[in-house]
Design a protein around this ligand. Structure first.
Ligand code: ATP
Ligand code: MG
Length: 606
């Protein structure tokens, strides 16, 4: 949020209110005070002058009514004497006028020529006729000063016998008033200054907690709850600050709880092995956990708010269909190279009102399970097939025997021979299956011995060399020194028997079978190569699968069950080794396996 400018701040407003209130108060006081003072001062001035006029009137009245002898001084000179005595610095001029409006004396020496003249002053004439005091204030054009003039009748026996006209300097009263005004203005200015300073300081006590709370609110909006508002007192603002702090604490706690719940939920969702997708009531994705995003191979950000039906590739469904789907839906994303099957379960998020608020989809990767199921089905089919073939053969031979062939001395032994062969084949098959099943359920024990592998291998090859019926040449590349390994002789013999018999089976007439043992760091590598028909490139991996045969008919003819290499693989890996095949079609095949080999043990032996 923008910083509040000083002129817009509450602080400034407070100060302004103080200053304006003081200014208003001073103005009202000032107007009232100055007006009152002016009235008082002017009244005082006037009454002090009036007292002197009264005295003068009394003296002049005596002179005016006096009977004069010839040798008495004239009225004019008497009046002149009286006026000279009565003047003072604040009086500009005093004139005395008789009842016929003639000026009989003036205190102003420069105006002595006026004595004896008829006065032109209207105010004097009026006073002479109506006999009341009159006065007014005028501004002297020459000096610009205010002058107060008054005309007072001289009354004797209820008869106006003359008048006193007086002009005084009242300007001094006004300049005194001006001086007081100036002092008052200065006082106001000082008062305003002090008020402003005090206002700034006092307003702070109110504004500081408020601006503190504002700062805290801003910090809270950014998620920082660590701040606290300072409490300066226990007035309304102080209480507000306390409430604000409580509110912060509550909010922090609420936030922490929400955050904790959110974290719990998100860790539950991300550590789940199942994929979870939640949608809003319109079917748009609002939440998807990592497993779900990985399963669907999408990025979380791009799928948010996408319709779920298009995300799952279920365009044939509507959102309502999914909401009402009771069973799970199988999503088959398998490609030619890789099987990939998911199972989706849907449940609706419902409000108490029964209104559908969204959909939760749980995805489960069932590829492995499906694979196992498929393998099992295949296995059962294979076993049944493998058993049915010898059984049908036997049935037809036994039927022939029963129908009379048993009497034929030539055919009967041949037929019995076939049934015996088939029976043996079945027994072999069943034995192989049993062995595999034991290996699958880890229900077997090894009789391991430390043996010299080279001698052991030589013996096996010798056996084959002696019994072989084909024209195949054996070539051995075996080290001269003994190599001791810990193995179960019977089991490894079975493995080698199968590999060598396969090599012989598929070797051409005059072919060569090569035996090799190489000592590597911590393994010995054993390989048997032939020059036979080889295995097509795509099938090389598959020959270790159960019942797998490249050419079924041919292999069966040779009495094979297709389990030999599968058993070999199980046994070699049970010994901690691995087995693989490499082949070039038409050129030959090499079957290689390795067994763990410990040189230190070897040293102990030697
Ligand atoms: P069993 O060994 O149970 O009597 P089998 O020999 O047919 O029967 P495996 O030994 O498991 O079964 O071999 C599986 C298949 O691999 C064979 O049917 C054959 O098609 C192929 N195969 C194995 N060894 C060779 C080889 N040396 N040359 C060519 N094909 C081979
Ligand atoms: Mg075999």
């Amino acid at each position: 949020m923008k910083k509040v400018g000083f002129t817009r701040s509450i602080h400034f407003k407070f100060v302004m209110i103080y200053v304006l209130l003081i200014l208003l108060a001073m103005q009202i006081i000032g107007v009232y005070f100055v007006r009152e003072l002016e009235d008082r001062l002017v009244d005082n001035f006037k009454s002090s002058i009036k007292e002197r006029i009264d005295l003068l009137e009394f003296t002049l009245k005596e002179e005016l009514v006096k009977e004069r002898d010839a040798d008495d001084p004239t009225l004019e000179s008497e009046v002149n004497n009286i006026l000279t005595d009565s003047t003072s610095s604040d009086i500009l001029e005093i004139r005395v006028i008789n009842n016929r409006s003639r000026i009989i004396g003036t205190s102003d020496d420069t105006n002595q020529e006026l004595v004896g003249q008829i006065t032109a002053e209207k105010m004097i004439k009026k006073v002479l006729t109506i006999g009341v005091v009159m006065d007014n204030i005028f501004v002297d054009n020459q000096t610009g000063n205010r002058v107060w003039r008054s005309a007072t009748p001289i009354v004797s026996n209820d008869e106006v016998i003359g008048a006193i006209y007086l002009e005084t300097k009242i300007e001094e009263v006004y300049s005194q008033l001006n001086e007081i005004n100036r002092i008052f203005t200065n006082g106001t200015a000082i008062a305003l200054g002090i008020t402003a300073i005090l206002g700034v300081l006092l307003a702070q006590t109110v504004t500081r907690p408020i601006s503190d709370m504002r700062k805290q609110a801003l910090a809270m909006a950014k998620g920082n709850f660590s701040r606290k508002v300072k409490v300066f007192g226990y007035d309304e603002i102080g209480q507000l600050a306390i409430t604000f702090n409580n509110l912060t604490k509550r909010l922090q706690e609420a936030q922490a709880t929400t955050e904790g719940e959110r974290r719990k939920l998100s860790s539950v969702l991300s550590y789940m092995t199942d994929g979870v997708i939640a949608t809003d009531r319109k079917g748009r994705v609002i939440l998807i956990n990592d497993p779900a995003a990985n399963m669907l191979n999408v990025s979380r950000e791009t799928v948010l708010s996408q319709p779920i039906v298009s995300l799952l590739g279920l365009e044939q469904y509507t959102f309502d269909d999914l909401s009402n789907e009771q069973d799970s839906i199988i999503l088959d994303y398998s490609t030619k190279e890789k099987p990939y099957i998911l199972r989706a379960n849907f449940s609706i998020i419902q409000k108490e009102t029964g209104f559908v608020n969204g959909l939760i989809t749980v995805l489960h990767d069932i590829t492995e399970q499906e694979k196992i199921d498929m393998e099992r089905r295949e296995f059962v089919a294979n076993v049944s097939h493998e058993l049915r073939t010898p059984l049908t053969t036997m049935r037809s031979y036994l039927e022939a025997l029963a129908e009379g062939a048993w009497q034929d001395k030539e055919i009967a032994p041949q037929f019995l021979d076939v049934t015996q062969n088939e029976t043996e084949r079945m027994i072999r098959l069943v034995n192989d299956l049993l062995q595999l099943s034991k290996m699958d359920s880890k229900d077997y024990r090894f009789n391991k011995d430390w043996i010299d592998f080279i001698r052991f291998f030589h013996r096996i090859i010798d056996r084959f060399e002696m019994t072989k019926q084909q024209n195949v040449h054996f070539e051995r590349f075996l080290p001269n020194a003994a190599l001791f390994v810990e193995i179960d002789q019977d089991k490894i013999t079975q493995v080698l028997d199968n590999i060598i018999s396969n090599a012989l089976k598929y070797s051409p007439d005059g072919g060569r079978v090569t035996f090799k043992v190489i000592e590597k760091n911590d393994v010995i590598e054993v390989s048997v190569s032939d020059q036979g028909m080889g295995i097509p490139k795509d099938n090389v991996e598959k020959i270790f699968e159960r019942f797998y045969r490249v050419d079924k008919a041919r292999s069966r003819q040779m009495g094979g069950t297709g389990l030999g290499l599968a058993i070999a693989k199980e046994m070699i890996s049970a010994h901690g080794g691995d087995i693989w095949a490499s082949s070039v079609e038409g050129k030959g095949t090499t079957i290689t396996f390795y067994l763990p080999y410990d040189r230190i043990q070897e040293d102990d032996w030697s």
